[in-house]
Design a protein. Sequence first.
Length: 419
Amino acid sequence: MGKRAKSQKGAQKAQDRKLDTSTLPPPPKAVVDEVGSAKLLEQPSLPGTGYKALDQEGYDDGGVADLTLVIDLDDSVLRRKRGENDYFNALKADLLPRIVKGPLAKIPRREQKIKLAKLLFSDEDQQEDKTPSEVWIDHVDGDEDTRTIRTRTKRLDSARMALSLSSVLKEPACQSLSLSEISKRRLAMYGKDGAEDALRCADLAIQIAGPAFWDRAEVEMETTEHPTIDPDHENNATTPGLSHEKTLKLQPIRIAELCLRSAYLHRGSALAAYGREDDARESYLKVLPMVSKEPRCGRLDWERVSIFVNVGNTYSRQGNYAKANEQYTIAENLGREHLGAEKGNQIDGMGIVICALRSRAFALKRAGKEDEGKEILKEVIKMQIELNTLNEQKLEEIEAEKLKAQMAQLELNDPSILA
């Protein structure tokens, strides 16, 4: 039996600390019901931005539901783990993991998670390749201008900041994705000289998403610009991975697979930068079984194409053009299926074809068939001009749809405004 408050003020404080269970939100969904973006939408999520899935009913949501699963703004995993009362009591007392020093200390845990999502997923405008392609090519030649170096540095710093924030918030899925991004951006920054660091980060991302245990200290070392690995460090892997049976009682396997898809892809690129083409190909191909069950749409076909083209490039660098071309053909056909479909995704379809053709052209040049490669590049240039026109038209359509929606809202609020 607790002590009785000695004053009215003390009694009020005690009352304020009590949790009013009638104000709690509904409990989280059952784990089996959390399917993310695997479930297609009946209608496009936004005017002008949704594309119908290929050869089936429904529309892709652009990965929004998957992002929601990974970021877990509502703390569904913690709520399942701690129970509703314990979780909300801890939230009310500000006892849940969050940054408590610096500028972010002023905002609650949920807002810090939103900041994390922006760090991880909102820098597309800074990417050098404006397509969704994840094909690895070594663009580092030592002649980069100041602006390019500054952009690459900023992107790498953002990924490290995302890892730091997700480590404090204790969000392992975000830690895994952050490490994959650090791996990717190290290669973009340093080229082949960054292969060792990039591979280490990708391997850590796989450990977090895997079925075994991982070491938090090893992961948190990667938040620094120049990680120093203590030669006497003993691995202390005590945190269960996202595919561990204990974790899967609290969250769906899809979260682990989303992380593994990214980690194996970037691990393949790090191995390719090392010159370990066979190992790179093996890593790339681990992604295919996980994406084979996903719907056919532009966003996911770009992921498939990135795998096929990367695999093709490993064969090309080994001097096997025939095997490389098999992969480019598979990738090209994925794009042409969009172009040939009724109401197909013309922009992504054409972009995919261009990606496959360009890779074939470079492979031909590497194989000593430069004239054939030049002919294909002429086709690429012609298609790129057409694609640029389609992109401009699409932007105009999106702006028109936004304006239409704004005018409709104005009329709803004040019908006389359009009279």
